[in-house]
Design a protein around this ligand. Sequence first.
Ligand SMILES: [Ca+2]
Length: 578
Amino acid sequence: MRRRHPTRRDFLRAMGVGAASLLLPGRLTAAPKTPATPGMSAAKPNIILIMSDDMGFSDIGCYGGEIATPNLDSLAAGGVRFTQFYNTARCCPTRASLLTGLYPHQAGIGHMMGDSGLVGYRGDLGKDCVTIAEALKPAGYSAYMTGKWHVTPHIKPDGPKHNWPLQRGFDRFYGTIHGAGSFFDPNSLTRDNTQIVPDTEDYYYTDAISDNAARYVVDHKREKGEKPFFIYVAYTAAHWPMHARERDIAKYKGRYDKGWHALRQQRYDRMQKMGLLKKQWDMSPHDSGPWDQVSDEDKAWHARRMEVYAAMVDSMDAGIGRIIDALKKTGAFENTLVLFLQDNGGCAEEYGSRGPVRPDPSKPVELKPMAPDELQTRMQPTHTRDGRPVRTGHGVMPGPADTYIGYGKEWANASNTPFRMYKHWVHEGGIATPLIAHWPAAIRRKGDLERQPGHLIDLMATCLDVAGAEYPTEAGGIKITPLEGKSLVPAFAGKPIQREAIYWEHEGNRAVRAGKWKLVAKGAAGPWELYDMDADRSELHDLASEQPERAREMAALWQTFAEKAHFVPWPWDRKRRK
Ligand SMILES: [Ca+2]
């Protein structure tokens, strides 16, 4: 057949994209008004959306990790695990996309909280989008949130609050407006609209996020009875700093003494055994040096960094267990859809972990304890509330409140087993996340793996679908950008979701996935790489030079969408923009 100028339809068909998607508009403007799941209870389900921070694809137990996550594993055993779910590679854009069902740039947050003046990069949640909480309200839902917000630059206690959770559809909020901070004294800690200080002597943020979410479940039952609720639980575990309770760290003492290569191999083997990886998907090359060439002193330091990381995940899982207990205690467990995912891949940023120990231990400084009601305003505190200096630098043993460092590239490489790259990049190591879906009243599959690709944009569509809610076309007189995502409800039952493609842009890193093909590039000027994800999900065999026509067509597909969805113009190439 002569195909000198293939049409978009020809192209998508060649990509293996289903015919049904070609007949449907690419964007959903209204969800069905009645729940779409056969056999679903007449009562509207509750929804709990749980997300963790800066964790790799293989960290939790039911995705191959050695970290003890019995509660997540139990949700996985009673529900469905997606093997190809995707985030946007970074904290802010992921949260903007999750909350709105749009690509992050369409919600105004293509990058972080800075305003570049470009429409996709304003750094503050737009008025032409709605949050899941806002969209569910007309369907009778109460909405609560605990944890990390991070979709506005206005983090000061007395600054503008128009984009704080209570002004974006949530009835109650406990958490942080900013995106990172001490786990023992978080900056921008807020209850509803008021910034506060930690309320207990042995405060630990992960526990507070869990316990406030559990409290919302119990309070809701008492105050609202059988009416449905939506809770968004956004943990900061296991983002830097590596902060954990000593008793949790102790559980992992010695667990990482064989080093990062051994850990990657152990996880790879387990993932193969669990069926999460295809046999032909090789392990990506190590991004870390041989463990046996690390000095004994550094081995102890590195091992401790990973022990604390594991402890952070461990305590998050224990907290998820307490939220599940609250659901069971209030009789809500059966008809609650619980979703768990991660906001980006393992993080290779060496935050605070390079260079000499600071402040210089040989020059003691006098620091005053903080007043009991003094708000913490620093992401990285200079000192603990009781007046001890907060230390960074190579060799600082993390865990306690007076330390502030990351876990490092080598362990991030292990977190992302078997994939390449990290948080920031849109190769699989940056964007692949677990997605666990658990809902006893409606999901009949127990412990199954679901291999269809999905993306954060689908979470809004899924919530609307199960709630029988409609996506608005306008709000407050402003036209709302049409929804991008697809409901995952069919996929819960193993049925196909029709979609054309999934797109990424972050810091000039770009990708498009259509069917089994993925085109991906590093940086604004990096060349396109082409991968067959069925054969090579670790992205080790670039087919761009073997299949130049496919690469060109996919690049054109990306460009067309990038222009529509405000990925471009972008701030990464200022010369061209001028
Ligand atoms: Ca993150």
